[in-house]
Design a protein around this ligand. Structure first.
Ligand code: SF4
Length: 104
């Protein structure tokens, strides 16, 4: 079931942190693709975990017209979308804030 209240415009593109398998007929620029140890072609990710095709300034896909089929099938507001958003939000909830203790 799709939640119509969920919008990409209020999201950190958390679906673009998932492993994105690239199929041979996907029109993805090949320099953005890497091969896993098991020989699977996937979208490369940056050091923060986002797909390298993400436009970091606007948090949207910079290769939208050439994105892989798996990205096209990901439905905004679907159960999978909502669970990823929730897991991402909780990751930061659980972080312990850094506190500077003045030992003087
Ligand atoms: S190809 Fe585009 S839509 Fe797919 S994960 Fe990368 S940035 Fe997101």
């Amino acid at each position: 079931m799709v939640d119509p209240d969920v919008s990409c415009s209020q999201c950190d593109a958390v679906c673009c942190r998932l492993t994105v398998v690239v199929m041979p007929d996907d029109p993805v620029p090949r320099h953005l693709v890497e091969r896993t140890e098991r020989g699977l072609e996937v979208m490369a990710r940056d050091e923060d975990g986002w797909c390298v095709a993400i436009d970091q300034k606007h948090m949207h896909c910079s290769i939208y017209e050439q994105r892989p089929a798996i990205c096209r099938k990901f439905t905004m507001g679907s159960g999978y979308c909502r669970s990823e958003r929730e897991a991402y939000a909780h990751r930061y909830d659980r972080e312990i804030p850094l506190t500077v203790i003045d030992a003087a």
